[in-house]
Every structure is written in structure tokens, then in C-alpha cells.
Design a protein around this ligand. Structure first.
Ligand code: 5GP
Length: 346
């Protein structure tokens, strides 16, 4: 009889380096992993240290990884002994702020001063996510595709171009807004134009997958707008701020998340030389060196914080090429089995 336990597959939601771990029994036997890595856990009998190997498998030998309870107590310890540092965080508005966090300030004060850098409560609750492979049935064409990327990388242009390229397959969700209707616009086409009161009512009733403010008006994508597109058997393409991702990752929506990355600095200068940057305070102006540097920095921060949620990463060098690549990424996602959270199983 085969008594070896059935392996469990997990996705790491945190980074771990055994060589920096002072309590691992044998650092050389540890398996280093980063957020988003897939691990095959072959033994969970020990309460503190599990045996696992990183996928795709390069070696048949399993090593040690900390158990969930071990990681949680470790995270709590690290959080309390966090050294003095300057945190740069990504705010929903896309603006970067620096916050000086002082050692031994209370947990509440730290959370208030910098929510982005505070320990993600879901990561604390779930340092690993159990995953299973999922093969989409061939008749299931509808799907939610979520594009995420730093402001200025071209996420919105990519989304619009994809829809224009094949409108019978791809559609965007019609957002809600409180801004006044403009000439030539139609309610239900560009936006659902609603009052501030109705918008707030929808927010309170958790009807928005994401929402934000722009130039004094509220904008948001409702789950009903997404469901409408999916019901028609189409793919719904939306772009959101990364902090909305956890709320989108549900069994019903099963989103496929693509991170859009900027190319190298040289390539940015070349490909965006005629592009205009839209800012909150000026109408528009050409990109500057500082804009490019900020774009790359914001993008790197975003990737390091959220990469555990990305199903695919795409570099937007040339918009046309990126659009073609995105089409093939989506096609591949429809045809090939994927790792999805075990909680999304039917
Ligand atoms: P406009 O009012 O010119 O149609 O859109 C202005 C801006 O509103 C967009 O560039 C975008 O920043 C924001 N916006 C449009 N739709 C949405 C949405 O569904 N959600 C959020 N959060 N912002 C949106």
C-alpha cells in the first residue's frame, strides 16, 4: 500500500528566506520562496515545519517551510520589532507619499499613518492560499479579465484597444459616476449617471467592486455591470487600482489578473516621446524624466506588494505589440489549466 500523504498545493502570500531565519532547525534544509510562488506540500505532520518543494519542480527533494501558525507568530514578532524606516506607499489615488514610522508606536497609530505598508490583515490570516488546478470548460467563453498597472503605464489604452479590436468578444463594464452628463453621452452607454446619494447608497450596500474620486466626482464599477457583460457570454475587461484586487477575487467572478509593467527607461523615453501625461492639476503635458522614474518606482512597489495575485505579467513597450500579447495571454488562459484558490472550486 502507498502510505505517503496526498500533496497539498499552496500559493505563498508572503516572502520567506530560510538563511535569514534564526529559528529554523537547519537553514540549509529550508526552501526559500516569494509571494506568488507555488509550493507542493508533501508533509504537514509537524505543527511547526512542513516539508515542501517549489513548483515547477527542479528537484525531487522536499525541504522545510514554516507552517501557517509558525509564519503567523513570526509576522507578529517582526511587526512589533519593525526598525525605524521611511515607507513609500502607493495610495489609491496613485500618488506616492512618504511616511516616517517610528519604532514602538502603537499598532493603531501605524495603521493610521500608513495603511498600505501596515501588515496586510488577510496576509496575516492567510500566509498561504490552498490552490487547485482548474480547466475551463470549452463552452465557457465569458470571463473577468482584470488589468492592473501604475498610472501612466497605459492600462486604460490597452483595455480600450482590446475592446475595439474585438468588441464581440471583449467588453468593458459600464461604470457609475456622479459627474454631470456631457453632450453626446448617453446614460447606460458611457456611464450610469447617478446622484451622489444613490452612489453612496450603492457603496453602503457593497455593490461596487471598486470606486474612487476624480476631480470632485465619484466613479465606480459595480458588480452588476460586470455580471451583465458576463451574462452575455463575453469577456469583461476592467482596470482597477491594485488595492481592489482582494475584493474581486471571489468564486463567482474567478478573475484572471494581468499586471501591466513599464519597459526599461530607454524604451519608455523612446516609445512615449509623443505621449501626454494627464495630471490632476494640469490639463496635459509631455512625460518628463521624473514621470518615467516615478512610473518605474510605483510599478516596482506595486509588483512587490501584489504579485501574489497576478496570473500573468505583461510589459507594455509598444501598445500594438502589448495588445497582441494580451490577446494571446487571454487565449492561453482560456485553453490551459490554471491554479486557482481551492475555495473557488465548484
Ligand atoms: P471622465 O469623467 O472624463 O469620463 O473620466 C475621468 C476619469 O474618471 C478617468 O480618467 C478615470 O480616472 C476616472 N474613472 C472613470 N471610470 C472609472 C471607474 O469605473 N472607476 C474609477 N475608480 N474611476 C473611473
Amino acid at each position: 500500500t502507498n502510505d505517503s500523504p496526498v500533496p497539498v498545493y499552496i500559493r505563498a502570500m508572503v516572502d520567506y528566506c530560510p538563511l535569514q531565519d534564526t529559528i529554523i532547525p537547519c537553514p540549509d534544509a529550508g526552501v526559500a520562496f516569494g509571494r506568488g510562488d507555488l509550493l507542493e506540500v508533501v508533509d504537514q505532520t509537524d505543527g511547526h515545519w512542513w516539508q515542501a518543494r517549489k513548483l515547477p519542480c527542479t528537484t525531487s527533494c522536499a525541504g522545510l517551510i514554516p507552517s501557517v501558525s509558525m509564519l503567523k507568530s513570526k509576522q507578529r514578532e517582526q511587526w512589533w520589532s519593525q526598525p525605524l524606516q521611511v515607507h513609500t506607499c502607493i495610495r489609491p489615488s496613485g500618488f506616492r507619499r512618504s511616511f516616517r514610522l517610528w519604532r514602538r508606536t502603537s499598532y493603531r497609530r501605524r495603521r493610521q499613518s500608513c495603511y498600505s505598508c501596515s501588515p496586510n490583515s488577510s496576509a496575516l490570516a492567510n500566509p498561504y492560499e490552498e490552490v487547485v488546478t482548474y480547466q475551463r470548460p470549452p463552452q465557457e467563453n465569458h470571463r473577468l479579465i482584470v488589468l492592473v498597472g501604475a498610472s501612466g503605464v497605459g492600462v486604460n489604452e490597452l483595455r480600450k484597444r482590446l475592446i475595439k479590436l474585438n468588441p464581440s468578444t471583449f467588453q468593458g463594464a459600464v461604470p457609475h459616476t456622479t459627474r454631470p452628463i456631457r453632450e453626446g453621452e448617453e446614460t447606460g452607454r458611457e456611464y450610469h449617471f447617478v446622484t451622489k446619494e444613490l452612489f453612496e447608497y450603492l457603496v453602503c450596500n457593497h455593490r461596487f467592486l471598486e470606486y474612487g474620486e476624480y476631480k470632485g466626482h465619484l466613479y465606480g464599477t459595480s458588480s452588476d455591470s460586470v455580471a451583465e457583460v458576463l451574462k452575455r457570454g463575453q469577456m469583461c475587461i476592467i482596470d482597477v487600482e491594485p488595492h481592489s484586487i482582494p475584493a474581486l477575487r471571489t468564486k463567482t467572478l474567478k478573475p484572471y489578473i494581468v499586471f501591466i509593467k513599464p519597459p526599461s527607461l530607454e524604451s519608455l523615453k523612446e516609445t512615449r516621446k509623443d505621449a501626454r501625461v494627464l495630471t490632476k492639476f494640469t490639463v496635459d503635458r509631455p512625460f518628463t524624466e521624473e514621470d518615467f522614474a516615478e512610473l518605474q518606482e510605483t510599478s516596482q512597489l506595486m509588483e512587490s506588494k501584489y504579485r501574489q495575485f497576478f496570473d500573468s505579467v505583461l510589459v507594455n513597450d509598444d501598445l500594438q505589440d502589448a495588445c497582441i500579447q494580451l490577446c494571446s495571454i487571454i487565449q492561453q488562459a482560456q485553453e490551459e489549466p490554471q491554479w486557482i484558490p481551492a475555495s473557488w472550486r465548484a
